[in-house]
Design a protein around this ligand. Structure first.
Ligand code: BGC
Length: 719
């Protein structure tokens, strides 16, 4: 029967009953109407009671992959695991911005950047949904810290809210069409998220066209009638004995109409239909693929000639975390998993000549024996008390005994490699004398093998930091408004992470976007071509001149010259796999959507002077092209339009050169047949670009006059 038909036949009490959970983790269940939607926490595996789940590489690690296709592939496997486990809807991904390195749930989040977050989460959601498993994107919005999360009052100016904290949600909602959005515990600009009509109705439904279900975070609803009036569809877990009478009263008072309730029921029943129509697909979790994707996502932060390890070397492994790694963070995301691989055991499969000291405290005798090893590999891991839901991290350091151990080892041995297990940015000063540093984050069930593959070079680590690693906490821009307070003012505005560090010249330990590989990548034939007013094609050839297969990450940033805007903003990125000795052309295309932002509640296109930059990281720009962004408005094309407007736009460039090149040469070199290139000299280029077209009439040796110029203007307008 059609959903609308079912709704017509339902009694109002039954409708109200469906607006609250059936039990702790299921909803939309009513005899004769719907058989229920079974939910489970994720986002990095299906939370099942029997512990049969795979722990997928954590979001913090997958974000470092900068690899849309890996995220999609993992999404498919996870979606299929949910299906097998009888789970209809996964409560994830969590896509809040990493505003501060201490946020307890950063390990569940992707990045400090909304473009990276939106792109990767969209592919992940798409993969899960293709397996017939629904997704719930959370926490909408401003769940950027855990301390006091139930009652946080966040004040964020609208431009910052839209451009930084809502942007990834916008991307995922519009591109991947998730089934559910979870309203957070926070109150945003004076209104609890579960009752926030601006967020839930104006932005989510009216502007982004979201057609799915809005659910509350667990026990987040304070005022039931206000929440359902202002956009909530489902309260979780809820209590029908309280909710149904409260909503009946809201109807009597005219706060809620039956038509509004029918809209909510329709969305809920459509969700139930979607999850019941499970497709038959052949997707299964493939351990080998997961192991490879995990190793590829690791970020090689330092390698001074020590990695990869050799099978013939005599090795010493230090630290019990080599045997019992931490593979996930804590809280509702924590899973019982079927397997947990040990990096040490996997390393020994490559090289049996691998001694092991579990303790971090090393006796003088052990230290003096270090000489007999070619290399020392030490595993460090943040405390189990860090990285959890419900509270923030206390520091960004590894336990003191572990950092002291690394420092001591470095004093006694030349070739120390440090392997880090953590869920968010950490201080790395303790490893400054180590020769190798590998960030493995929380690597999940197949992490042990992946660590060994990365250390021995079977897989070249290809990850890039999705968050800046500051030198210390004192550098963080949101310090004054984070932590123990109830009222949080997002005073730093968009200056979060690299947007802050690059603007203010603050030197980090490792910048956003940074990561090394074993491959020797050469980036050649770089072209930044403007193909329209807001269209660019950025391309280059990536050569892999090494004996390792690998992946290179190319990043495109918009550089601003205004002191009021972040110096750099990531516009897009791509991942290119290049085999050893091979080469591949990489292309990134930008269109209007890349230059959109919100100002004063309106979507606008950026205008002004910027540079489009191709980069390896937020601190390593490979090439830049200065551009003036202007809305393509034909009325700005007239005799006085600066020539630069046409010359830096592929659409007009050839025509402009056809008519003006000779005149430019007369002006620049005194001879229309001169062979010099005016665009190669800064002064000449800038002058020509800024001169109005009509000024060249005087240098055209009679070939241009007012009449001809008018015709040229008409021709340019028709292009
Ligand atoms: C968390 C959500 C989670 C829910 C159900 C809440 O406390 O914030 O992320 O999905 O509990 O476990």
């Amino acid at each position: 029967m059609k959903v609308k038909e079912i709704i017509k036949r339902m009694k109002i009490e039954d409708k109200l009953r469906l607006l609250t959970g059936y039990d702790g983790f299921s909803a939309v269940r009513l005899d004769g109407v719907a058989t229920g939607v079974q939910m489970a926490d994720g986002p990095n595996g299906v939370k099942t009671k029997d512990g049969s789940a795979t722990c997928f590489p954590y979001t913090c690690l997958m974000a470092s992959s900068w690899d849309r296709e890996s995220c999609y592939e993992l999404g498919k496997m996870l979606g299929a695991e949910c299906r097998t486990a009888g789970v209809d809807l996964l409560l994830g991904p969590a896509i809040n911005i990493k505003r501060h390195p201490l946020c307890g749930r950063n390990f569940e989040y992707y990045s400090e950047d909304p473009v990276l977050t939106g792109a990767l989460a969209s592919r992940f959601v798409k993969g899960i949904r293709e397996e017939g498993t629904a997704t719930c994107v959370k926490h909408f919005a401003c769940n950027n810290q855990e301390n006091g999360r139930w009652a946080l009052e966040c004040t964020v100016d609208d431009d910052t809210l839209r451009n930084l904290y809502l942007k990834a949600f916008e991307t995922v909602v519009t591109q991947a069409k998730p089934d559910m959005i979870m309203a957070s515990y926070s109150s945003v600009n004076g209104v609890p998220a579960t009752e926030n009509a601006y967020l839930l109705k104006t932005v989510l439904r009216e502007e982004w066209g979201f057609e799915g279900v809005v659910v509350s975070d667990w026990c987040a609803v304070e005022n039931l009638s206000s929440a359902f009036q202002n956009g909530l569809d489902l309260e979780m877990p809820g209590n029908a004995k309280i909710t149904v009478p409260a909503l009946q009263k809201a109807m009597e008072n005219g706060v809620l109409t039956e038509a509004e309730i029918d809209g909510k029921i329709e969305r809920l029943l459509r969700l139930e239909r979607f999850v019941k129509e499970k497709p038959q697909t052949a997707t299964v979790t493939d351990g080998e693929v997961l192991r490879k994707r995990t190793a590829e996502a690791f970020v090689l932060l330092k390698n001074e000639g020590v990695l990869p390890l050799l099978r013939t070397e005599k090795l010493l492994v230090v630290g019990w975390r080599a045997e019992s790694p931490r593979i996930q963070g804590g809280g509702c995301a924590e899973l019982k998993t079927k397997s947990q691989s040990s990096p040490l055991a996997e390393m020994r499969k490559y090289n049996e000549n691998c001694d092991y000291i579990p303790a971090y405290e090393l006796s003088a005798e052990k230290l003096s024996a270090l000489k007999k090893y070619d290399k020392v590999v030490v595993f460090v891991c943040v405390s189990d008390k860090n990285d959890s839901e419900a509270f923030d991290r206390k520091d960004i350091c590894f336990p003191a005994e572990q950092t002291a151990c690394v420092e001591t080892l470095c004093r006694h041995h030349e070739k120390v490699v440090v392997v880090m297990q953590n869920g968010s940015a950490v201080e790395t000063r303790f490893a400054e004398n180590a020769k190798g540093l590998l960030e493995t984050y929380y690597a999940g069930s197949y992490g042990g093998g992946a660590v060994a593959d990365a250390l021995f070079g079977k897989t070249s680590p290809a990850g890039r930091l999705a968050e800046s690693f500051p030198l210390s906490l004192s550098q963080v821009s949101s310090n004054a408004n984070f932590g123990a307070k109830k009222k949080i003012v997002y005073e730093e505005r968009e200056f979060v992470g690299y947007r802050y560090y690059t603007t203010y010249g603050v030197k980090t330990a490792y910048p956003f976007g940074f990561g090394l590989t074993y491959c020797d990548f050469k980036t050649e034939e770089i072209e930044i071509k403007r193909t329209g007013a807001y269209e660019f094609e950025i391309s280059c050839v990536v050569k892999n001149e090494s004996a390792f297969d690998g992946k290179e990450t190319l990043q495109v940033y918009l550089q601003s010259f205004s002191p009021f805007q972040p110096k750099l903003r990531l516009l897009d990125f791509c991942k290119v796999a290049v085999e050893k000795g091979g080469k591949k052309r990489a292309v990134i295309r930008l269109d209007k959507s890349h230059f959109e932002r919100y100002e004063n509640g309106k979507k606008i296109l950026l205008t002004g002077k910027y540079a489009v930059c191709l980069a390896k990281s937020s601190e390593e720009i490979l090439a830049e092209e200065r551009v003036t962004l202007e809305e393509e408005n034909l009325s700005i094309i007239n005799e006085k339009t600066p020539l630069g407007f046409f010359l830096c736009n592929e659409k007009y460039r050839a025509t402009a050169l056809k008519y003006f090149e000779k005149a430019i040469k007369v002006w620049a070199f005194g001879d229309e047949n001169a062979t010099g290139d005016f665009e190669k000299e800064e002064f000449l280029k800038n002058s020509v670009y800024n001169m109005p077209m009509r000024s060249f009439v005087y240098f055209a040796n009679g070939a241009l006059d007012e009449e001809k110029l008018k015709k040229i203007v008409e021709e340019l307008k028709t292009l």
